[in-house]
Design a protein around this ligand. Structure first.
Ligand code: DGY
Length: 327
């Protein structure tokens, strides 16, 4: 009798040719539809499998874990993993992995692009032109803020934050950062970034980019009080997680001139976007695409496949996946 192979669930359509590698080891349950699952559907899917390769859309908490008696490993396609209850997974002996590094440069590129679009009002200007408002070239039309020579604040100086700092050098920006822990001097030198306290970062930045991982502790870290400390001429860019910013307070600040502009790739209730933000002209909105170049998204899936194979005890890294969360 043929031995049955472990079964794994792939929650979303990813890249078929990359996912195909899972078929060498596992029985693969996949979908060809982009799917929005209820928590109960996630529980039901996990109850039937030994491993899963999922995206940030699928939330895995104690309710899902309780019924997942066979589950041994979760491979998250993403560097952020606030969709996973890591302590509950660890307590249940389930290995969780993520996909760092492969998306660093692409995400830093995008952070910079969003910053430029926001400071120089690029999407607003395009909308204005398409709507037929351009009757005559005018000197004071759609004036924005300079990047070159300005002060860039980076909140969260991990790999992506450092990538943004390196790009800022090319624009002759002064780079300040705040992080849970100060970086080694050699890294500060290489990124030309200076450590400052949180309040000083808010007060001094002409442009502030958020790149820190989301946690319960930093929920609404950028709230009305924090926004009040920023320069009214400043730009705020969020490529981290929506929950870090109090979107209501941000909409108020953008609406009443307390903050010049914001560029947001992530939202607290995504895919829903606060209607007050949708109505504002001084905010650039994108649908969580910072890591979204074709090459990088393929590399993320490929790494998640490697992680799952290793976490399930197969392949060259059998039993010790290189990207195990909390290991
Ligand atoms: C991540 O990797 O955490 C991004 O937010 C999704 O690409």
């Amino acid at each position: 009798m043929a031995e049955s192979r472990p079964r794994v669930w792939v929650s979303q359509p990813l890249f078929d040719d990359v996912i195909a590698r899972l078929g060498e080891y596992f029985e693969v349950v996949s979908t060809s539809q982009v799917s929005e699952y209820t928590p109960q559907q996630v529980s039901a899917a996990l109850a039937e499998v030994d491993g899963a390769l999922i995206t940030l859309n699928e939330r895995i908490g104690s309710e899902q874990i309780a019924g997942a008696q066979r589950l041994r490993a979760i491979a998250n396609v993403g560097v952020g993993y606030n969709n996973l209850d890591v302590p509950a997974l660890s307590a249940a002996g389930i290995i969780a992995t993520n996909t760092p590094d492969v998306l660093t440069e692409t995400t830093a590129d995008f952070g910079f692009a969003l910053l430029m679009a926001t400071a120089r009002r690029i999407t607003e200007a395009e909308r204005w032109l398409r709507e037929g408002h351009w009757r005559q070239w005018s000197f004071q039309n759609l004036l924005g803020a300079d990047l070159h020579g300005s002060t860039l604040g980076i909140l969260g100086m991990g790999r992506i934050g450092q990538g943004i700092a390196r790009r800022a050098s090319g624009f002759d920006m002064k780079v300040l950062y705040h992080n849970r822990s100060r970086l080694p001097e050699a890294v500060e030198r290489q990124t030309r970034a200076s450590y400052v306290g949180f309040d000083a970062l808010l007060a001094q930045a002409d442009h502030l980019v958020l790149v820190l991982p989301y946690s319960k502790e930093n929920h609404h870290l950028i709230d009305a009080r924090a926004l009040l400390q920023m320069k009214p001429t400043a730009t705020l860019v969020n490529i981290a997680r929506g929950g870090i910013v109090d979107e209501g307070a941000l909409a108020d600040a953008l609406g009443n001139g307390r903050l010049a502009a914001a560029g947001l790739d992530v939202f607290e209730g995504e895919p829903a976007v606060d209607p007050r933000l949708l109505a504002l002209r001084n905010v650039v909105l994108t649908p969580h695409i910072a890591s979204g170049s074709l090459a990088t998204r393929r590399a993320m899936v490929s790494l998640a496949v490697d992680n799952l194979i290793a976490a399930m005890g197969f392949g060259p890294d059998a039993g010790s996946p290189p990207n195990q969360i909390g290991a």
